[in-house]
Design a protein around this ligand. Structure first.
Ligand code: AMP
Length: 283
């Protein structure tokens, strides 16, 4: 496994692999790798000749009062995890290399970037889309792996890929959860033992909504979730939305496959989670 710190060097290596007929898989991450990331890596290692894991804490996707500076950076451990999981290249560029002071070009995915998390984290998805577009070009990836944990991000990147004719195929990957249901996230390390206990109610509540959605109307499903989330001590809801699975448009009574997406503060920690919900046949 090689660690590459420079974008043009990474691109040169990737182009050589393409010339040699290799297919390249990219797993974009911000590091602090956990089993969720490892599940994406495993898919790439299985599908692709070459697996590149990028580790880049992207400053332009963080708001001014967000956790950019305190985001965990366990670089040594991350490299060990990549090596153990048969990654070929870890791409760890500097901020200056990816976003030099004279960087002027940004990618926006209109409408999709402004809903759900986008209405609370202004410019977040513009920052994500810009850096992912750069990573696609640098890595020359045939396939890129994204977790459904960040469901809105997944749909935004798919739309960007289609609209801008990227050759990179987007592969969605299921959410990896702890046995107790908590969706794995690098930010879980911020949670105290008590905070973690409280946050388990988020996934539990969503799981119960899946059953309700099969038979009950949307208002009931949503209200039940809101009431349960409000009861978590120290919780504050950013949003609780039921959207269509394919395009994140608001769900209505005809929606057969939906995603229930939530963002909830537990104390000072903001957690996102979502679950896919499918109507009973005949309803
Ligand atoms: P991050 O490092 O948080 O930016 O995440 C990098 C990639 O890993 C994104 O595509 C995430 O959706 C994905 N990911 C993060 N947590 C999970 C999880 N628990 N299960 C599956 N994928 C995940």
């Amino acid at each position: 496994m090689k660690v590459i710190k420079n974008a043009s060097q990474m691109q040169k290596i990737a182009l050589k692999h393409i010339r040699d007929g290799d297919e390249i898989g990219l797993v974009p991450t911000m590091g602090a790798l956990h089993e969720g990331h490892i599940s994406l890596i495993a898919k790439s290692v299985k599908n692709d000749d070459i697996t590149i894991v990028s580790i880049f804490i992207n400053p332009v996707q963080f708001g001014p009062n967000e956790d950019y500076l305190k985001y965990p950076r366990p670089a040594k451990k991350d490299k060990e995890i990549c090596k153990k999981n048969h990654v070929d290249y870890v791409f760890m560029p500097s901020v200056n290399d990816m976003l030099p002071a004279d960087h002027k070009t940004f990618v926006e995915v209109k409408t999709l970037q402004d809903i759900l998390c986008g209405s609370f984290r202004i410019n977040h998805f513009r920052g994500v889309a810009t850096v992912v577009a750069k990573l696609f070009n640098i890595s020359c990836a045939d396939r890129a792996y994204f977790g459904m944990k960040d469901f809105q991000q997944l749909r935004i990147i798919e739309k960007m890929g289609k609209d801008l004719n990227f050759k990179t195929k987007i592969i969605p990957c299921s959410i990896v959860r702890e046995r107790n249901g908590l969706a794995l996230s690098s930010r879980n390390s911020y949670l105290s033992a008590e905070g973690k206990k409280r946050s388990l109610n988020i996934s539990k509540t969503l799981k119960e909504a899946v059953e309700d959605f099969k038979r009950k109307d949307l208002n009931f499903v949503r209200k039940t979730v809101v009431n349960k989330l409000k009861k978590i001590p120290g919780s504050e809801i950013d949003y609780t939305e039921i959207v269509n699975f394919d395009d994140l448009s608001p769900a209505d009574k005809n929606t057969k496959k939906a995603v229930f997406a939530v963002a909830v503060w537990i104390g000072k920690i903001r957690l996102i989670d979502n679950i896919v919900m499918i109507k009973d046949k005949g309803r």
